[in-house]
Design a protein around this ligand. Structure first.
Ligand SMILES: [Zn+2]
Length: 349
């Protein structure tokens, strides 16, 4: 059964089915985890809508309750955000605890949505624990984070965890085409977005998507073992993010406060950089595939470029790029990370 509240979600069918089953008798707390921009917050809003909707989100027509929950104006949906800081602190948590004991205004329950639960401090977690432990039946907490490790374990262990995977590229491209995008443009965006519908949608109006992909696919033929040149190439690739960031930003105009905009910009930069590195890794995967009779995905890269790298080296380099990607989350100096990666990719041993 597909809830009307979920109708505009791209991908995540398994998660949506699971959540639809939860709506009639929800747990006290959920933790949604998965990569940035993959759709956790989008699904969380719609799950909240179904929990607040008098018909549980099951209706053929659009419904005012669901709409108000999704746009954040329903009185029984409390969106918990860090105020004026980078982290969710103890004051924010106490505020939630105080509100959790109040009766819902119009729905059968209240929903507390933590869109950035990973920023919660240990003190905030401690203040919340009792409320999480003793569900009242009329409150549901939905916490959103990239990983369970981002939260104090005392909190994570009290939530029902829902894992969000990447959306497969073909479904993402089809969804973009059904929104009216030209197929070639949709495919470029699908490649950059790496299974993250949030990023794909933010880029639908970007004229820079093709250029961004071309820039990352040109990296392997421009590498040099000289550290100075690796550093310059790193600077250039970071500069390639800027026009796309502006497009993502324009899509985020509803984020009103400066903190919200800065957080979303930081996240968008990381996600785009991860998208660029995935494109780079796919070049090396293609180089190996071409010579080992596999399937080449980037069919516009000249075969002679791919064939110039031995399969062993291509596999090694794909792995180096993927390792760099996993270091990206914690890395506050992406310039250095990229420069080191580019120098390693160019080295002969
Ligand atoms: Zn509804």
């Amino acid at each position: 059964m597909r809830l009307n509240a979920f109708r505009d979600v791209i991908g995540h069918q398994r998660v949506l089915d699971l959540l639809a089953d939860e709506v009639p008798a929800p747990a006290g707390a959920y933790l949604f985890v998965g990569a940035a921009s993959v759709g956790k917050a989008t699904v969380a809003r719609r799950f909240a809508a179904a929990l607040l909707c008098p018909q549980g989100g099951i209706h053929a027509e659009a419904c005012a309750t669901c709409r108000r929950a999704v746009d954040g104006s329903h009185p029984d949906l409390v969106v918990v955000e860090p105020r004026g800081r980078q982290t969710l602190g103890v004051e924010d948590a106490r505020n939630v605890v105080a509100q959790a004991v109040l009766s819902p205004v119009e729905a059968p329950r209240k929903v507390f949505l933590f869109e950035d639960a990973g920023t919660m401090t240990d003190q905030a977690a401690n203040a919340l624990l009792k409320t999480l432990e003793e569900p009242t039946g009329s409150t549901v907490f939905v916490l959103v984070a990239e990983s369970e490790d981002d939260l104090p374990s005392t909190v994570a262990s009290r939530c029902r965890t829902v894992h969000f995977g990447r959306v497969d590229e073909a479904s993402l491209v089809e969804a973009l085409v059904s929104l009216g995008l030209d197929r070639r443009h949709a495919e470029n965006i699908g490649r950059i977005a790496g299974g993250r519908p949030g990023l794909a949608l933010a880029l639908t109006h970007s004229a820079e998507a093709a250029r961004f992909r071309d820039a990352w696919l040109s990296v392997p033929t421009r590498l040099s073992p000289a550290p100075g040149e690796a550093f310059m190439l790193a600077e250039e690739m970071l500069a390639e993010l800027e026009p796309l960031l502006e497009d993502v930003e324009a899509d985020n105009e509803d984020r009103v406060t400066r903190e919200q905009r800065e957080r979303s910009r930081r996240r968008a930069r990381q996600t785009l950089l991860a998208g660029g590195l995935e494109i780079l890794a796919s070049w090396y995967v293609d180089a190996a595939a071409l010579q080992l009779a596999g399937v080449v995905r980037n069919r516009d890269v000249p075969f002679e470029e791919l064939a110039a790298v031995s399969p062993d080296r291509a596999v090694r380099n794909a792995q180096l790029v993927l390792d760099a990607m996993s270091g990206l989350g914690l890395n506050l100096r992406p310039r250095l990370l990229l420069a080191e990666l580019f120098a390693e990719l160019a080295s002969e041993d």
